[in-house]
Design a protein around this ligand. Structure first.
Ligand code: CUA
Length: 320
């Protein structure tokens, strides 16, 4: 997750801004310390008229108070302005950039791939898949408090503000896996708001998306688990293709939990709390309030362990 290990044009530009700032800061600081030491070294005060005194004072005010900051800030702007511009969603000569929506929640990431007319939106959570070698416009917002979208090796960051959409353009040079993290304190579990970023070649990306875009296959087996899911979970969580008649919606709230349609294929649970492995979902369902205290999913004391294990075993099979 190091900004110094850049892997995209935006991150590279920011890397140079970082160095420019460091160098300018060091030069300015050293000059100020040198002048400060110089004031101690002077021995005799020469006799000066009030007019001369004023002149000297004016010189320091103009030189140190105006010229020096202006020169340093302009020097930094030369680096910073093009960097900021490179992340704007400006029109591209080769057509539209890929568009991905990222929505911050306490404390997880909702990722949406809007469909063309008549197509389904692909929705996933805590895992961002994007194509390599081309600009991607991330349209970001938040559902509750201010979060910040930050993929250190690709560039950023950008605040995610409830009720407002903003777009940041990022590009990854090559396929790979990158870490990302919410970069704005957003409550008790801010630390546990990790995002797993996977950059794929265009073909692999298209295939990944197409798999999820196609109509869900009717689910079979796990009847008890699905019934229990409909009763206890479906008021907040969506699973593509889950039959409506199984949904028992008796909760009077509008909390939206992560879409679980492809949960079996995600690398982690709870936005980076547990690695996804056999039995992990059942364990999470029983201990999530200990693993990630305060998360919005209510404790499941009223559901017996066997049912939770059933639900977990079924959810693990959910892959496109
Ligand atoms: Cu979300 Cu910090």
């Amino acid at each position: 997750m190091s900004i110094l290990d850049h892997s995209g044009p935006a991150a590279r530009a920011q890397f140079w801004v970082w160095w420019a700032m460091l160098i300018v800061t060091v030069v300015v600081s050293l000059s100020v310390y040198a002048l400060w030491l110089y004031t101690f070294r002077r021995r005799e005060q020469p006799q000066r008229t009030p007019r001369e005194e004023r002149h000297i004072m004016l010189r320091w005010v103009l030189g140190g108070g105006i010229a020096l900051p202006v020169v340093s800030i302009v020097a930094l702007l030369v680096f910073a302005a093009p960097t900021g511009r490179s992340m704007l969603p400006l029109p591209l000569p080769e057509g539209e950039a890929e568009r991905i929506e990222v929505i911050g929640h306490q404390w997880w990431w909702e990722i949406r791939y809007p469909g063309e007319e008549g197509e389904r939106d692909v929705v996933t959570a805590n895992r961002l898949v994007m194509p390599a070698g081309e600009p991607v416009d991330f349209r970001i917002t938040s559902e509750d408090v201010i979060h910040a979208f930050w993929i250190p090796r690709l560039g950023g960051k950008r605040d995610m503000i409830p009720g407002r959409h903003s777009t940041i353009r990022l590009e990854a040079d090559v396929p790979g896996v990158f870490g990302a993290q919410c970069a704005e304190y957003c409550g008790a579990q801010h630390t546990h708001m990790l995002l797993h970023v996977e950059v794929l070649e265009r073909d692999a990306y298209d295939a990944w998306l197409a798999e999820r875009r196609s109509p869900p296959v009717p689910q079979e087996g796990f009847d008890q688990a699905r019934e229990a899911f409909g009763e206890h979970c479906a008021a907040c969580h969506t699973v593509a293709g889950f039959p409506d008649e199984l949904v028992v919606d008796d909760l009077e709230h509008d909390i939206r939990g992560p879409d679980l349609s492809d949960i079996g294929s995600r690398p982690t649970l709870g936005a980076g709390v547990l690695p996804m492995e056999e039995g992990a979902i059942a364990y999470w369902l029983q201990h999530h309030q200990t693993l990630k205290p305060g998360n919005r999913m209510p404790p499941h004391h009223h559901i017996d362990t066997e049912t939770l294990q059933d639900i977990g075993a079924w959810l693990e099979t959910l892959e496109p």
